[in-house]
Design a protein around this ligand. Structure first.
Ligand SMILES: [Zn+2]
Length: 372
């Protein structure tokens, strides 16, 4: 990993920054090939994984192109034991053995070290301003990661549901959604309307018959981006345990969003902007003990500070605890209904048969009406 936490310097540093601070001549040894044993020992004891807190870091030297004056491979940290096995906690986001999340590359981290857009650069500079003025410390950032890691570690849930069953779950949400604001009881007279909606009437019948199950389904907007790949894992973090924090974060994000221009930057609400803003908002809330008003005031203070002297201070924030939050939540809710969904109820077939029953009821009513 590129950056890790130093107990001595109380912040997250990359290998070059750390060796500079230790007095190693990084101009002469750009790729960190000639580190003294004393420094190696220090790094081994001092440097910790910012997520799971494991120690015993090693420096992996990089490579540098004199021609293009840049690193082709940046020196970095690795955490391994004598057998060169990955030393992170198995649930650590940096572990090679990571298995709880979708795929490693899907974990979008709000790394501020290589900000791509104006807005990410701007948020990075806000974090630097906050650090320089001691409104937020690097230790806070480290503590937030530890907080998140501990919660995640203790709330891993086995996923039994597959993609097909998930699709049935979505269908059930649709059924719940469309019936929500439509009259409940079918009366044969209704069907005299030229555009009578048999489907909704049939959905009501289905819900009435499967009350127990449909009571567990809440109407909600469907997600468009739940893909098959998300079901290839055997367990995921139960994000629902940080629902309150998530709601607060989105509330703060909306507040910053709706108060539009910050120093001329307009948040347009693109996905990447949103991720960075989420990371920033959750950090503000974390250091404010998740109190909304305290976090807003902290944001106001930060905004009004002068630009940072050292733009590299905020080169991490490391993690956005709310990546893929909604997707995970939908999958977990569907997973709760696994026992029911695994029987593969066929709602198209149920719908058709209920429509036939209703049409028949209507016909009987009509026949008797005209007879009478
Ligand atoms: Zn770790």
């Amino acid at each position: 990993m590129i950056t890790a936490f130093s107990d001595k310097f109380e912040r997250e540093l990359d290998a070059i920054q750390l060796l500079n601070l230790l007095g190693h001549d990084t101009e002469k040894d750009k790729i960190l090939k000639n580190i003294t044993n004393k420094h190696r020992y220090f790094i081994h004891e001092d440097i910790k994984c910012p997520s799971c807190g494991v120690a015993k870091a090693h420096i992996v030297s990089g490579s540098y192109s004199e021609k293009s004056k840049c690193y082709t491979k940046q020196p970095h940290f690795r955490f391994y034991n004598s057998d060169t096995l990955d030393n992170h906690h198995p649930l650590c986001e940096f572990s090679d053995n990571i298995k709880h999340s979708y795929t490693k590359k899907d974990i979008v981290k709000a790394e501020f070290s290589k900000p791509r857009t104006l807005i990410t650069r701007y948020i990075a500079s806000l974090v630097c301003q906050a650090i320089e003025n001691s409104l937020i410390t690097q230790t806070d950032i480290r503590n937030m990661r530890q907080w998140y890691f501990d919660i995640r570690k203790n709330n891993i849930i086995p996923i039994k549901i597959n993609f097909e069953q998930y699709n049935i779950f979505e269908k059930c949400i649709v059924i719940k959604n469309v019936t929500e604001n439509n009259p409940r009881k079918f009366k044969p007279e209704y069907a005299e309307l030229p555009g009578f909606n048999w489907k909704i009437a049939a959905y009501h019948r289905i819900i009435a018959k499967e009350k127990e199950f449909f009571n567990t389904i809440t109407p909600r907007k469907l997600l468009r981006n739940v893909e098959k790949k998300y079901f290839s894992v055997s367990e995921i973090f139960d994000v629902r345990v940080i629902m309150d924090e998530y709601i607060l974060t989105t509330k703060l994000r909306s507040f910053i969003f709706n108060n539009g221009y910050i120093n001329g930057y307009k948040f347009k609400g693109g996905l990447r902007d949103e991720l960075f803003l989420n990371a920033y908002c959750s950090l503000l809330l974390f250091v404010s003990c998740w109190d909304f008003n305290t976090a807003v005031i902290l944001h106001v203070k930060i905004i009004n500070l002068p630009p940072p002297i050292n733009p590299n201070l905020g080169n991490i924030i490391g993690i956005n605890p709310f990546d893929n939050f909604d997707i995970s939540r939908f999958i977990l809710d569907a997973n709760d209904a696994y026992d029911f969904l695994s029987k593969n109820p066929d709602y198209d077939q149920k719908l058709n048969s209920e429509i036939n029953i209703l049409k028949n009821e209507h016909k009987i009513w009509k026949d008797s009406f005209f007879k009478g």
